[in-house]
Design a protein. Structure first.
Length: 475
């Protein structure tokens, strides 16, 4: 069964550990690599700016994404190293790196054939230590070599670990890398076939995103629609329904929590009620979140952001990179209408918001931050709610057979980021949030509220808990 969550939750089986990293020669070539004028994507730019500010204050900032899958037999380290090298050379997200300077951010680019990986045997380690070693060895986004591969030989089977800084990858990228490594390792002819199926250029995507954004101004329809949603919220981005910290804006490490919301027949029943309402499961999740928000704050306007994969076309679908934007989910509802009606409102809001996701919120803020009544500034943070149905991922059966897992590191957090996932037998959620007592209490209440709503819908059809259980909190 596929697993996902936070790296702290990752519990690989221990064994003989081999680390595969770029050679010193490759790292030296990266330092001497020529500059390129292509800017980072908007998502990368905001991420790198946070890293640059952290560097100025002596803090490390990074978010590591980790994938792992298990194969039968004894590992051929040379073959794995060659497979990983071929994959890294194939995707140009790995060819760039960014210098963080006082004056800004500068891109440098290596040639693919300058990239070499080498394997080093480390010895016998238990799984928990492997997790720590991989995180410690992988430098942050200000370094070209911000990726690490590892092999854990269990004797009779082995686990391949792919760990990359978020700067260069997203969740889809982890699946792409793992699938290509799997193909190249078992099939000597796979690399030649991959060469005949070219991928897109992530650097060209960055240039295209910027060029399209430059054509927008305050009068562009997409900018107006984004502005309408934000201004209807008092000129502010969404906020969590409960107070998270006594000093808003103060950087804090991220705490995490994970909870099963529904399992077994209850999960099936909730999904069935979504189908009866004529909506997808994702819309039912947002409807439940809206009711939870109401129960905690009394708000009857739900406003949140959800990430979207921005790959376009067949070539980009198989390309590594951070292809991401945000969908604004915004709708008013009457709690007395019932779940089905609210879920249909959520479905319509999701469709309307999706049409705006090709415009980066970062560009919206660039254009509107000086407007009167618009209070969002660059460097903004906002809560996020994401839904992923693991059963429907391409290659889900293969990944399940390989015990594929996907994890992210904690990093820092000023807001609440929640990932709801559907597996074969559960609907569960994992969250990152500020590591404060207030936030910890708030997350307990939030999970309780959304679980009560979902359990009620699963048990009683489209009914939701009565208004007399509203637990008003600070907004």
């Amino acid at each position: 069964m596929m697993e996902s969550g936070l790296i702290d939750d990752w519990r690989p089986k221990g064994g003989r550990l081999t680390i595969i990293r770029p050679t010193e020669t490759a790292c030296a070539s990266a330092l001497r690599a020529p500059t390129d004028l292509t800017p980072p994507s908007f998502q990368q730019d905001a991420y790198l700016e946070m890293a640059r500010k952290a560097k100025q204050t002596g803090r490390r900032f990074d978010r590591l994404l980790l994938c792992a899958f298990t194969l039968a037999g004894e590992p051929d380290i040379d073959a794995l190293t060659n497979s990983l090298t071929a994959v890294v050379r194939r995707h140009d997200a790995f060819h760039s790196w960014f210098e963080l300077e006082e004056s800004g951010i500068r891109r440098r680019i290596l040639e693919p054939d300058q990239i070499e990986l080498t394997a080093q045997f480390w010895g016998e380690f238990d799984g928990r230590l492997v997790s720590r070693i991989v995180q410690r060895l992988t430098p942050g986004p200000a370094n070209w070599d911000c990726f690490t591969f590892a092999v854990i030989d269990h004797g009779g089977s082995f686990t391949v670990v792919v760990a990359c800084d978020h700067l260069n990858v997203d969740a889809v990228s982890g699946a792409i890398i793992s699938a290509e490594v799997f193909q190249c390792y078992f099939d000597p002819g796979a690399q030649a076939r991959l060469d005949q199926t070219p991928v897109a250029s992530y650097r060209e995507y960055c240039a295209r995103e910027r060029a399209e954004a430059a054509e927008l101004d305050e009068r562009s329809p997409q900018i107006i629609e984004w502005a309408d949603r934000i201004e209807a919220n008092g000129g502010k981005l969404p906020s969590f329904p409960l107070t998270l910290h006594e000093e808003p804006g103060a950087p804090t490490m991220a705490a995490s929590s994970r909870q099963v919301l529904l399992s077994g027949s209850a999960a099936q029943a909730f999904e069935g009620e979504c189908a009866k309402a004529g909506v997808r499961l994702v819309s039912g999740i947002f409807a439940a979140a809206a009711y939870a928000d109401y129960r905690l704050s009394g708000r009857t306007r739900y406003f949140n952001l959800s990430p979207k994969n921005t790959r376009f076309g067949a070539a980009e679908q198989r390309t590594v990179g951070w292809y991401a934007s945000l969908i604004p989910i915004d709708f008013e509802f009457d709690p007395a209408e019932g779940f089905a009606t609210t879920a249909r409102r959520a479905e319509a809001a999701f469709a309307a918001g999706k049409s705006l996701s090709n415009v980066s919120l970062h560009r919206v803020v660039e254009l509107l931050e000086q407007r009167e009544g618009f209070h969002v500034r660059r460097g903004w943070v906002a809560p996020m709610l994401s839904f992923l149905d693991l059963r429907k991922l391409p290659g889900a059966e293969l990944f399940s057979a390989l015990d594929f897992s996907f994890f992210g590191s904690r990093g820092t957090s000023e807001e609440v980021y929640t990932w709801v996932q559907r597996t074969d037998d559960t609907i569960w959620a994992a969250s990152l949030f500020p590591d404060t007592e207030l936030a910890d209490e708030a997350m307990t209440r939030y999970y309780e509220a959304i679980a009560v709503v979902m359990e009620s819908v699963a048990r009683s059809g489209a009914e939701v808990p009565a208004d007399d259980v509203v637990m008003t909190g600070c907004s």
